[in-house]
Design a protein around this ligand. Structure first.
Ligand code: ADP
Ligand code: MG
Length: 238
Protein backbone atom coordinates (compact mmCIF):
# COMPACT_ATOMS: atom_id res chain seq x y z
CA UNK A 1 0.00 0.00 0.00
CA UNK A 2 1.53 3.28 -1.02
CA UNK A 3 -1.19 5.82 -1.26
CA UNK A 4 0.13 9.35 -0.83
CA UNK A 5 -1.90 11.87 1.13
CA UNK A 6 -1.23 15.58 1.48
CA UNK A 7 -3.36 17.26 4.11
CA UNK A 8 -3.37 21.07 4.41
CA UNK A 9 0.25 21.18 3.32
CA UNK A 10 1.81 24.62 3.64
CA UNK A 11 5.29 25.76 2.58
CA UNK A 12 6.95 29.01 3.52
CA UNK A 13 10.37 30.25 2.47
CA UNK A 14 11.05 32.92 5.09
CA UNK A 15 8.05 35.23 5.02
CA UNK A 16 6.88 34.04 1.60
CA UNK A 17 4.21 31.36 1.55
CA UNK A 18 4.48 29.42 -1.71
CA UNK A 19 2.08 26.51 -1.01
CA UNK A 20 -1.17 27.54 0.67
CA UNK A 21 -2.69 24.43 2.25
CA UNK A 22 -2.73 21.72 -0.41
CA UNK A 23 -5.07 18.72 -0.07
CA UNK A 24 -4.25 15.92 -2.50
CA UNK A 25 -5.19 12.23 -2.18
CA UNK A 26 -3.30 9.85 -4.42
CA UNK A 27 -4.39 6.21 -4.60
CA UNK A 28 -2.02 3.25 -4.48
CA UNK A 29 -0.80 2.60 -8.03
CA UNK A 30 -2.20 5.82 -9.44
CA UNK A 31 -0.34 8.04 -11.95
CA UNK A 32 -0.89 11.63 -10.87
CA UNK A 33 0.53 14.64 -12.69
CA UNK A 34 1.06 18.04 -11.04
CA UNK A 35 0.77 20.65 -13.75
CA UNK A 36 0.92 24.44 -13.73
CA UNK A 37 3.01 27.37 -14.89
CA UNK A 38 6.58 27.92 -13.81
CA UNK A 39 6.85 29.02 -10.17
CA UNK A 40 3.44 27.67 -9.07
CA UNK A 41 4.98 25.29 -6.53
CA UNK A 42 5.12 21.93 -8.35
CA UNK A 43 8.73 21.13 -7.47
CA UNK A 44 8.31 22.35 -3.91
CA UNK A 45 5.34 20.01 -3.40
CA UNK A 46 7.25 17.07 -4.86
CA UNK A 47 10.35 17.84 -2.81
CA UNK A 48 8.20 17.88 0.34
CA UNK A 49 6.84 14.43 -0.55
CA UNK A 50 10.44 13.29 -1.09
CA UNK A 51 11.56 14.81 2.21
CA UNK A 52 14.09 17.08 0.49
CA UNK A 53 12.21 20.11 1.78
CA UNK A 54 10.70 20.55 5.28
CA UNK A 55 7.00 21.22 5.43
CA UNK A 56 5.85 24.38 7.21
CA UNK A 57 2.37 23.09 8.05
CA UNK A 58 0.04 20.15 7.51
CA UNK A 59 0.86 16.52 6.97
CA UNK A 60 2.21 14.19 4.30
CA UNK A 61 1.55 10.44 4.59
CA UNK A 62 2.87 7.62 2.39
CA UNK A 63 1.31 4.19 2.71
CA UNK A 64 -0.68 5.44 5.70
CA UNK A 65 2.41 6.55 7.65
CA UNK A 66 3.00 10.21 8.45
CA UNK A 67 6.30 11.18 6.85
CA UNK A 68 6.84 14.71 8.19
CA UNK A 69 9.91 13.71 10.21
CA UNK A 70 11.05 10.70 8.19
CA UNK A 71 14.37 10.89 6.29
CA UNK A 72 14.17 10.77 2.46
CA UNK A 73 15.97 7.40 2.37
CA UNK A 74 13.31 5.83 4.61
CA UNK A 75 10.23 7.03 2.70
CA UNK A 76 10.08 4.24 0.11
CA UNK A 77 10.37 6.78 -2.72
CA UNK A 78 12.76 7.39 -5.59
CA UNK A 79 13.04 10.60 -7.53
CA UNK A 80 14.01 11.28 -11.15
CA UNK A 81 15.09 14.81 -12.02
CA UNK A 82 15.41 16.82 -15.21
CA UNK A 83 19.20 16.92 -14.96
CA UNK A 84 20.14 13.28 -14.75
CA UNK A 85 23.53 13.67 -13.08
CA UNK A 86 25.08 10.31 -13.89
CA UNK A 87 28.61 9.60 -12.65
CA UNK A 88 30.72 10.26 -15.76
CA UNK A 89 33.62 7.99 -14.80
CA UNK A 90 31.40 4.97 -14.07
CA UNK A 91 29.86 2.50 -16.51
CA UNK A 92 26.08 2.24 -16.83
CA UNK A 93 26.19 -0.88 -14.68
CA UNK A 94 28.18 0.91 -11.98
CA UNK A 95 25.85 3.91 -12.15
CA UNK A 96 22.91 1.60 -11.54
CA UNK A 97 24.47 -0.35 -8.68
CA UNK A 98 26.33 2.48 -6.92
CA UNK A 99 23.58 3.55 -4.49
CA UNK A 100 22.81 -0.01 -3.47
CA UNK A 101 26.50 -0.82 -2.96
CA UNK A 102 26.93 2.28 -0.80
CA UNK A 103 24.01 1.13 1.34
CA UNK A 104 25.65 -2.25 1.84
CA UNK A 105 22.96 -4.10 -0.09
CA UNK A 106 23.98 -7.77 -0.63
CA UNK A 107 25.88 -8.30 -3.90
CA UNK A 108 23.60 -10.96 -5.37
CA UNK A 109 20.50 -8.89 -4.71
CA UNK A 110 22.14 -5.79 -6.20
CA UNK A 111 23.01 -7.74 -9.35
CA UNK A 112 19.45 -9.07 -9.60
CA UNK A 113 17.96 -5.59 -9.28
CA UNK A 114 20.37 -4.09 -11.83
CA UNK A 115 19.61 -6.87 -14.33
CA UNK A 116 15.87 -6.41 -13.86
CA UNK A 117 16.07 -2.62 -14.32
CA UNK A 118 18.21 -3.04 -17.45
CA UNK A 119 15.68 -5.47 -18.86
CA UNK A 120 12.67 -3.28 -18.11
CA UNK A 121 14.38 -0.27 -19.72
CA UNK A 122 15.96 -2.27 -22.53
CA UNK A 123 19.46 -1.04 -21.80
CA UNK A 124 21.07 -4.50 -21.40
CA UNK A 125 23.41 -3.79 -24.31
CA UNK A 126 24.68 -0.54 -22.81
CA UNK A 127 25.86 -1.81 -19.45
CA UNK A 128 29.60 -1.39 -20.07
CA UNK A 129 29.36 2.06 -21.65
CA UNK A 130 30.04 5.35 -19.91
CA UNK A 131 27.55 8.23 -19.92
CA UNK A 132 29.37 10.19 -22.63
CA UNK A 133 28.91 7.22 -24.99
CA UNK A 134 25.11 7.42 -24.59
CA UNK A 135 22.42 9.47 -26.32
CA UNK A 136 20.19 11.80 -24.31
CA UNK A 137 17.37 9.28 -24.27
CA UNK A 138 19.68 6.48 -23.19
CA UNK A 139 21.05 8.62 -20.36
CA UNK A 140 17.56 9.40 -19.18
CA UNK A 141 16.79 5.66 -19.20
CA UNK A 142 19.80 5.05 -16.96
CA UNK A 143 18.62 7.81 -14.63
CA UNK A 144 15.21 6.11 -14.41
CA UNK A 145 17.05 2.81 -13.91
CA UNK A 146 18.76 4.23 -10.85
CA UNK A 147 15.30 4.87 -9.41
CA UNK A 148 14.01 1.42 -10.36
CA UNK A 149 16.83 -0.48 -8.59
CA UNK A 150 15.73 1.06 -5.32
CA UNK A 151 12.40 -0.75 -5.77
CA UNK A 152 10.44 2.22 -4.43
CA UNK A 153 6.75 2.18 -3.64
CA UNK A 154 6.41 5.66 -5.10
CA UNK A 155 8.23 7.23 -8.07
CA UNK A 156 8.59 10.99 -8.17
CA UNK A 157 9.44 12.67 -11.48
CA UNK A 158 10.32 16.36 -11.74
CA UNK A 159 10.12 17.43 -15.39
CA UNK A 160 12.27 14.45 -16.40
CA UNK A 161 11.93 15.07 -20.14
CA UNK A 162 12.50 18.84 -20.33
CA UNK A 163 16.04 18.49 -21.63
CA UNK A 164 15.12 16.15 -24.47
CA UNK A 165 14.11 17.12 -27.99
CA UNK A 166 10.46 16.88 -29.04
CA UNK A 167 10.65 13.51 -30.74
CA UNK A 168 12.50 11.88 -27.87
CA UNK A 169 10.07 13.42 -25.38
CA UNK A 170 7.18 11.62 -27.05
CA UNK A 171 9.13 8.37 -27.11
CA UNK A 172 10.08 8.62 -23.42
CA UNK A 173 6.50 9.47 -22.51
CA UNK A 174 5.45 6.13 -23.95
CA UNK A 175 8.28 4.43 -22.03
CA UNK A 176 7.21 5.99 -18.74
CA UNK A 177 3.59 4.92 -19.32
CA UNK A 178 4.77 1.39 -20.00
CA UNK A 179 6.93 1.48 -16.87
CA UNK A 180 3.92 2.49 -14.81
CA UNK A 181 1.85 -0.37 -16.18
CA UNK A 182 4.67 -2.88 -15.70
CA UNK A 183 5.61 -1.88 -12.16
CA UNK A 184 2.10 -0.94 -11.01
CA UNK A 185 3.49 1.51 -8.44
CA UNK A 186 2.32 4.98 -7.54
CA UNK A 187 3.83 7.75 -9.67
CA UNK A 188 3.76 11.50 -9.15
CA UNK A 189 4.95 13.42 -12.18
CA UNK A 190 5.58 17.16 -12.34
CA UNK A 191 5.47 19.08 -15.62
CA UNK A 192 4.48 22.44 -17.07
CA UNK A 193 3.57 20.68 -20.33
CA UNK A 194 -0.19 20.19 -20.77
CA UNK A 195 0.19 17.52 -23.44
CA UNK A 196 2.42 15.48 -21.18
CA UNK A 197 -0.11 15.81 -18.37
CA UNK A 198 -3.10 14.90 -20.57
CA UNK A 199 -1.43 11.80 -22.03
CA UNK A 200 0.25 10.38 -18.90
CA UNK A 201 -2.13 11.05 -16.03
CA UNK A 202 -4.83 8.98 -14.42
CA UNK A 203 -5.59 12.25 -12.65
CA UNK A 204 -4.20 15.75 -12.99
CA UNK A 205 -3.66 18.28 -10.20
CA UNK A 206 -3.77 21.80 -11.65
CA UNK A 207 -1.76 24.31 -9.61
CA UNK A 208 -1.67 28.07 -9.77
CA UNK A 209 0.44 30.25 -7.49
CA UNK A 210 0.58 27.69 -4.68
CA UNK A 211 -3.11 26.75 -4.80
CA UNK A 212 -4.74 23.56 -6.05
CA UNK A 213 -7.23 24.80 -8.64
CA UNK A 214 -8.73 21.44 -9.62
CA UNK A 215 -8.06 17.70 -9.42
CA UNK A 216 -9.54 15.28 -11.91
CA UNK A 217 -9.16 12.87 -14.79
CA UNK A 218 -7.80 14.54 -17.95
CA UNK A 219 -11.10 14.42 -19.83
CA UNK A 220 -13.08 15.64 -16.82
CA UNK A 221 -10.84 18.70 -16.60
CA UNK A 222 -11.22 19.24 -20.30
CA UNK A 223 -15.02 18.84 -20.29
CA UNK A 224 -15.71 20.54 -17.00
CA UNK A 225 -12.94 22.93 -15.95
CA UNK A 226 -13.52 24.54 -12.52
CA UNK A 227 -12.57 28.01 -13.74
CA UNK A 228 -11.10 30.05 -16.55
CA UNK A 229 -7.55 29.33 -15.48
CA UNK A 230 -8.02 25.56 -15.72
CA UNK A 231 -9.90 25.96 -18.99
CA UNK A 232 -7.13 28.09 -20.45
CA UNK A 233 -4.39 25.86 -19.20
CA UNK A 234 -5.90 22.54 -20.23
CA UNK A 235 -7.03 24.01 -23.52
CA UNK A 236 -10.80 23.48 -23.49
CA UNK A 237 -13.09 26.18 -24.88
CA UNK A 238 -15.07 27.14 -21.70
P1 ADP B 1 7.70 25.20 -10.05
O1 ADP B 1 8.40 23.91 -9.83
O2 ADP B 1 6.21 25.05 -10.20
O3 ADP B 1 8.27 25.98 -11.18
P2 ADP B 1 8.80 25.88 -7.47
O4 ADP B 1 8.19 24.88 -6.57
O5 ADP B 1 10.21 25.66 -7.88
O6 ADP B 1 7.88 26.10 -8.74
O7 ADP B 1 8.74 27.31 -6.77
C1 ADP B 1 7.56 27.81 -6.17
C2 ADP B 1 7.87 29.18 -5.58
O8 ADP B 1 8.76 29.03 -4.49
C3 ADP B 1 8.53 30.13 -6.55
O9 ADP B 1 8.02 31.42 -6.31
C4 ADP B 1 9.98 30.04 -6.16
O10 ADP B 1 10.66 31.23 -6.47
C5 ADP B 1 9.92 29.81 -4.67
N1 ADP B 1 11.06 29.04 -4.18
C6 ADP B 1 11.40 27.77 -4.54
N2 ADP B 1 12.48 27.34 -3.87
C7 ADP B 1 12.85 28.36 -3.05
C8 ADP B 1 13.89 28.53 -2.08
N3 ADP B 1 14.78 27.57 -1.81
N4 ADP B 1 13.94 29.73 -1.44
C9 ADP B 1 13.05 30.70 -1.69
N5 ADP B 1 12.04 30.59 -2.57
C10 ADP B 1 11.93 29.44 -3.25
MG1 MG C 1 9.97 23.01 -10.91
Amino acid sequence: MAAVTLTNVVKRFGIFEVVHGANIDIADGEFVVFVGPSGCGKSTLLRMVAGLEDISGGEIAIGGKVMNDVEPADRGIAMVFQSYALYPHMTVEQNLSFGLRMNGNPKADTERRVRKAAEILRIDELMQRRPKQLSGGQRQRVAIGRAIVREPQVFLFDEPLSNLDAELRVQMRVEISRLHKELGVTMIYVTHDQTEAMTLADRIVVLKAGNVEQIGAPLDLYDDPANRFVAGFIGSPK
